[in-house]
Design a protein around this ligand. Structure first.
Ligand code: GLV
Ligand code: MN
Ligand code: MN
Length: 424
């Protein structure tokens, strides 16, 4: 069933200067008529429409906007000195997973704009510059590597490998970047851009149920579960569905089915582990064709990176046995790995003083904040999601909670931007 993206503001008049009002403006951009929800792949028309929307809002607020050589947008609210050193940076991403929700990414961007409005309305004069950043390809839905933009920016990923990544059309990241107006030769680590960030704060929709259970609209992040993606390619013998007897087959789809079950069972045997196969592609993919190859993608997560590695090793060993029993072979390729990270503890404790009712919570979802925290003091705020569901059209945020999130972000930014007066 195709579900039309549901937005809290759909069909109702919402004030334009609210988070809900901003998100209502983009509620039709990238609406996925086929799968439901949204499909806003990085550097697609939909993602560019969202960039244009953001740039218009930044310009309206008098921000100084640049899109850098890696496709990161920075919208600056300068101090009187006009420099970019020791900046407070907030923001998130505008790309989505296929069939994604309205809030994963855009909530952080819209909340940053509203938080800025609140600071400007209060007459705050920042002692540090503030930038709202929009990072490309956080989901890794087009090129397969999660947080590709921040990995390239920080040098966490080799840029030659990044350039060679291919989307589902077979186009490389370098080719798509070139078609999108970026010089592929200039993609790569940007130590100057990174050095400008003094503190990074990402606000994000919660992708679980903790804030529902804690009856709080806003939470503070403490750590991100280590996670990774691996491609398993199962090869067999392509053949005719009608003429090939069941006893004569080497069908990689049968092996893939067994491997999917083995993945579930392996994860269940490790408390705290999560493992998912959300994408599987038979080659060539015909109803009356026994596939010659099946590619399936494993997403595996566990708080202990060594356990994640051992889960993947167990899955590979099982997959080899299952494939061999079917007369098939299997190959495993690592696509991206993010180790478990904790956010800056001093910053997190400081946020807890500013937002005393906000629970401190871990998350099982990946974020650009998880890459950036390895380089600069970083924190996250989460906003309650009453469905507890994410990466789905069911993802949701109530208007009041969205505004509470923006106010919490403004409170944090104000504290970081304006030094506390000296005590006499
Ligand atoms: C991103 O949202 C991820 O956790 O995969
Ligand atoms: Mn996200
Ligand atoms: Mn996501």
């Amino acid at each position: 069933m195709v579900s039309v993206p549901a937005h809290p503001s759909a069909g109702t008049a919402v004030p334009a200067d609210t988070v809900a009002g901003l998100l209502a403006e983009i509620s039709q951009v990238g609406a996925d008529q086929h799968r439901g929800g949204y499909w806003r792949a990085v550097f697609s028309t939909a993602e560019f429409d969202l960039r244009t929307w953001f740039l218009a809002h930044a310009a309206k607020r008098g921000l100084d906007v640049e899109t850098d050589r890696n496709g990161v947008i920075w919208a600056w609210w300068h101090t009187a000195a006009g420099d970019t050193a020791d900046a407070v940076v907030t923001g998130s991403h505008l790309d989505s997973v296929p069939g994604g929700g309205a809030f994963d990414g855009p909530l952080g961007v819209a909340s940053a704009l509203v938080a800025l409005d609140l600071l400007q309305a209060e007459g705050i004069r920042p002692a540090r510059p503030l930038a709202i950043a929009v990072f490309p390809e956080e989901e890794g839905s087009r090129f397969g590597v999660a947080c590709l933009g921040t990995r390239v920016l920080t040098g966490a990923m080799d840029v030659d490998l990044a350039r060679a990544l291919r989307d589902q059309n077979g186009d490389t990241f370098a080719e798509v970047a070139a078609k999108s107006g970026f010089d592929p030769a200039l993609l790569g680590p940007d130590p100057e851009a990174l050095a400008r960030i003094g503190t990074f704060i990402e606000l994000h929709v919660e992708q679980g149920r903790e804030l529902i259970d804690r009856h709080q609209p806003v939470g503070i992040g403490s750590s991100i579960l280590g996670h990774g993606r691996w491609r398993l390619s199962v090869s067999g013998q392509g053949n005719h569905a009608g003429t090939t007897l069941m006893t004569d087959r080497h069908d990689p789809m049968i092996a893939a089915a067994g491997i999917v079950m083995a993945i579930r069972d392996t994860a269940r045997a490790h408390p705290g582990a999560r493992a998912t196969v959300g994408r599987l592609e038979p080659v060539p993919g015909g109803t009356n064709v026994i596939a010659s190859r099946v590619d399936l993608w494993l997403d595996a997560r566990h708080p202990d990176d060594a356990v994640t590695a051992s889960i993947v090793a167990t899955i590979l060993a099982e997959a080899r046995l299952i494939a061999a029993a079917e007369g098939c072979t299997v190959q495993l390729t690592e696509e991206s790995v993010s180790r478990t990270v904790s956010f800056d503890s001093a910053l997190r404790d400081h946020l807890s003083l500013l937002l005393p009712d906000a629970p401190v919570q871990d998350t099982g979802a990946g974020h650009d904040a998880g890459i950036l925290t390895q380089f600069v003091p970083t924190a996250m705020l989460f906003v309650r999601n009453p469905t507890g569901v994410s990466h789905s059209p069911e993802e949701y945020v109530e208007d009041d909670d969205a505004e509470a999130g923006a106010r919490a972000l403004a409170r944090v930014l104000a504290d970081l931007l304006v030094p506390a007066p000296d005590t006499p």
